[in-house]
Design a protein around this ligand. Sequence first.
Ligand code: C2E
Ligand code: MG
Ligand code: MG
Ligand code: MG
Length: 277
Amino acid sequence: ALLEGTLALVLSVFFGVACFRRTKSGLHHELNRALDAGEFVAYLQPMMNREGTQVTGCEVLVRWMHPELGLIRPDRFIPLAEDSGLIVPMTRELMRQVREAMGPRAAALPPHFHFSFNIAASHCHDLSLIEDCRSFLAAFSANPVNLVLELTERELIVPDETTIQLFDELDRMGVSVAIDDFGTGHSSLVYLQQFKVDFLKIDQSFVARIGSDALSRHIVDNVVDLASRLDLSLVAEGVETPEQAEYLMARGVDFQQGYLYGCPVPLADFWLEAKLP
Ligand code: C2E
Ligand code: MG
Ligand code: MG
Ligand code: MG
């Protein structure tokens, strides 16, 4: 109740008290309204190959286009969307936007193009994710792509029967699993035992300090070592400078993502900015 109260207070200050009643149900109502109004929009950020020379995929990041407040970043509303269960239809809507925009043009994508979606802990207990992933992949059946689900660590994912069934089926469908923000939180290493993981995404806080801090370089080196021992692909996120990119390339990190290569942009702009054929 304290947490709810704090969230409600923070949000009502942030959005202006006029927008919301200071209740949880008021905030949930506002999120539902936004979903119905089509205000949640998929942005794409390019993911590059090891050398940083080719776009090999993208991460889908949600933005809330609020009619009065403009663009709202996900950190402001994802926790509430998780809490209210709205995260499930919201993710479905993002998948729909991406497949409708990209499906018809899939032939122009490089082979084995990756589409990476962030999946909340609460979503890992919901079997409807299977159908959503199936629909996504079906839109690319003529030119198959790789679908990756990034598990984030805001809340610990405690696998139950449903989770096991869900990830078994997703695995059979060829859907990949990434551990996001690897190295932060307390559960990353446990996830390696609990899920059949394909990718590690080393957290951007380590990448950011490559140039300034030997400890961060050691952590990066150790994650590279871990990924290679476990035969996992490694993605570095938050790459901003050529020096960071050089370091990661020299260590053999498989994929890079960050402002150095491209910011998250609306679907329509991705084709232009990512210089796809
Ligand atoms: P994340 O999945 O770790 O995504 C990376 C975040 O870093 C994104 O912030 C991205 O815009 C930002 N970023 C990318 N490159 C750079 C860089 O070079 N430097 C810096 N400083 N930042 C960079 P964003 O889009 O604000 O998303 C924040 C977090 O919100 C995400 O972290 C993810 O955990 C969550 N999120 C975003 N979209 C979704 C979604 O559709 N569903 C769920 N469940 N969570 C989402
Ligand atoms: Mg992510
Ligand atoms: Mg991350
Ligand atoms: Mg993050």
